[in-house]
Design a protein. Sequence first.
Lengths: 303, 662
Amino acid sequence: MDSYQQIIFKLKKYWADRGCIIQEPYDAEVGAGTMCPETFLRVLGPKPYRVAYVQPSRRPADGRYGENPNRLYKHQQLQVILKPAPADVIEQYLGSLEAIGIDLAKHDIKFEEDNWESPTLGAWGIGWQVMLDGLEITQFTYFQQCGGIDLDLCPAELTYGLERLAAFLQNKESVYEIEWAPGFTYADVRFEDERQNSVYNFEVADIPTLWKLFDTHEGECQRLMDSFQALDSGDAAARARFPVLAAYDHVLKCSNLFNLLDARGAISVTERVGVIARVRKLAVGTAQLWMAQQTPATAEVAA
Amino acid sequence: MPLDFLLEIGSEEIPDWMIEPALEHLRGAFAKLLASHKLKGEVAWADATPRRLVVRLTGLPKGQKDSVETVTGPPKSAGEGAALGFARKMGVTPEQLQTAATSKGEYFCFKRKLAGKTTGEIFASALPQLILGIPWPKTMYWLGKGAPRFIRPIRWIVALLGSKVVEFEVTGVKSGNTTLGHRRLAKSKRPIKVGIGNYEQKLLDNFVVVRAAARRRMIEAGIADVLAGTGLRAKPDAALDNTLCYLTEYPAPILGSFAESYLSLPAEVLVTVMRHHQKYYSVERADGALAPRFIAVMNTASDPDGFVRAGNERVLRARFNDARFFYGVDQKKPLAARVEDLKSVTFQKEVGSYHDKVRRMAELVGGDTAARRACELCKCDLTTDMVKEFTDLQGIVGGIYARAQGEPEDVARAIYEHYKPLSMDDSIPSTVAGQRLALADKLDTLRECFRVGLAPTGSKDPFALRRAAQGVVKILVEGEAGGNPLDRIADEALKTFFEDRVRYYFRDVQGYAYDEVNAAMACGWSDLKDLAARLAALKAVRPTENFEPLAASFKRVRNILDQAGQEQDGITGGAVDQALLADEAERALHAAMAGLNLAGLGYREQLERIATLRPAVDRFFETVLVNAPEPHVRRNRLALLHHLRSEFSRIADFSEIVTSSN
């Protein structure tokens, strides 16, 4: 039986062997691996790219104080981006399951329609949830649009739910019983994180502070976007070195703060749509700046 | 010898629910292709699995016949120079031209021979567009921005006319004579060569059952097999049959179990988890009670080591544990304590929250105590964890919780059933309180959505307003809620919307002929119980001897009155002056009308009596000239006809009835 980390090693090796860069997790809070710049920004534009990384993904409202065997505040995704998607992408994906020891001739695999959409990111794609013996183990998406921009190349995004996959392979009833490494369970590694952050997210987080942080990050992101627009469009050097990536980090901060405020019950119905629109504006705006920066000929897109 | 044709569009997994409409389109598209190229032959069948759409044609000719086309050139009078130019354009010498006489004089012409195209050529050039022309609910591109769109990437194409490949290319895929088998059970992952004759067998050898009907039989037989001797039965579920049939290439049912202790959860929750989330059949005992078993349908031949069964049992256990957890958490805060929480649940951005909605509904729901209490609580389940997880169970969870929390049975039942009817096949709420609540809910939704401009357009109906209005109609006709709420609709657009729904209901649900519905609705439609009674009477009387001829006469009456009305001399109304009734036939008609005492009769008896007017009406039209030369006589006769029409068209406007004579 492979440990949790062994499963991750094998998947990384599998995708590395198929030309993927193995990235490390992004060092900012995200709700899903899709939000990392390695996906959100890299899928834009005409340059091919292949990358795989594990991304801890925070969903404050899903926290259960470590008491629910299947729900987590922070779960880990293995995110694979193949841009453009190769013609045998499904076979490659199935091969990755075989690489972690699943004999697919003895299991039931189904591809059930499940299209992905993130209004906050102005992003959507077409795809499936992959079901293994009735368990959803992967979200498979052909990206179509990101930041409101049609994608030049159509990337395939594979998102493996690592805890589910490991619990399946190790035949555990609770994610907390997963063997992370010999002698250490998932609970040993993560239980306190789940419990304490649930307490913070649901009970303790100071709402005015969270709003203040939200406004601050939004303001900084907006300031950066405005100053990009103020650059002389002919000044290629200034545009090329402009910190679009730093602006995007502030988008991620806003997105996480929104999720926290939401979990804290601090966002009323009337406010909700408006706050989502604020985050979306930043996400779409930075995506357009990134495009403008990547493809100088289309700089006016951002204008 | 006629040829057969086989097309297999090999794709990545197509959503199950889109497959049948796509096949329907393909059948039609091929029939059109044959017709537009004057090719004999027909679509023998069209079928599919998630990974392939297959069409088989039969009786095709090798190609079109050669034909001759006459091209008309300049007039003969234009002279030899013009003829030379025309001949050059046709690529021939002037001697090969002919002349033809037309109505405008003699013209040069050329009879051009057209070589018929072969069927293969026609297909090769038409198929790429035909394939890409399948209308899908949502499409994607995969070869880059601006590339062709399809439901999922096309990965291979088989196109065989007889023994030959029809060569073409679509989305970068070249047609050929090789297919792929089941993703994991095929003998080889490599392409498999097929011919028209062995196509289905070769795929079967590689664990793909091409025909949906055959897969359906495999599912049915497999279920019978796993349940043999258990005394249990699978809960019939036609929609699930269809889903599983198009989710699998080689289906095999397996029987799984769960712990008896989960049966203490509401059966509705268990069934929803099994059906909607896991696509399992639930299993019942002979008495209809749930058994702690389920049937999953695999997309693989067998489960030799029991891995698939164990895996599915594990997933189901986790889901049931979640449900149990939700149930426990939800009981800590009863529905009655959640009313205020509805303020933070949006119904619709511009319409407001569910708290607002319930407040408006309270004004619509009316007197009954049970209905009023149910109204207060009916949306509270939207704030429960159970409904957040299983949204399909809204209302049902509310009803179950209300009962568990000690609300009276009629309150619980009204909440439980207030989303009913979910379709025209579904029943209406079983109690008056439930009917009143369902009406209040639906009418409020309709009124508010129309108010803020969310009326459905075309196929777009995100708030399911058609279903809501249809539900209102069904409840008003079939239920006992009383009242006549359609009378109180002020919004003209909503009124028209309801009128269409009423028409639809009586025609397509109740099966009345469209002209009967038109005739009865012409006399009012807002009192639906009354409309239903009038329609029933009309339908019963229609086949009787006198009815249709009388209806034809009423149409004549209407035309005469309409015409007279258009002259705008105001003669259509007014009383009949008996002294002016000169003709015997008009006196007889007047007498017959006067003698027809309808008071106190039911609709059917009234109609039967009205039908007895027929001989008098017939004789009137045979002998009496309505448009008499003397204006006062004419006016009097029009008044008589006006009376006839207005007095006896209160149940239905007979002139709307389409009769064989008009």
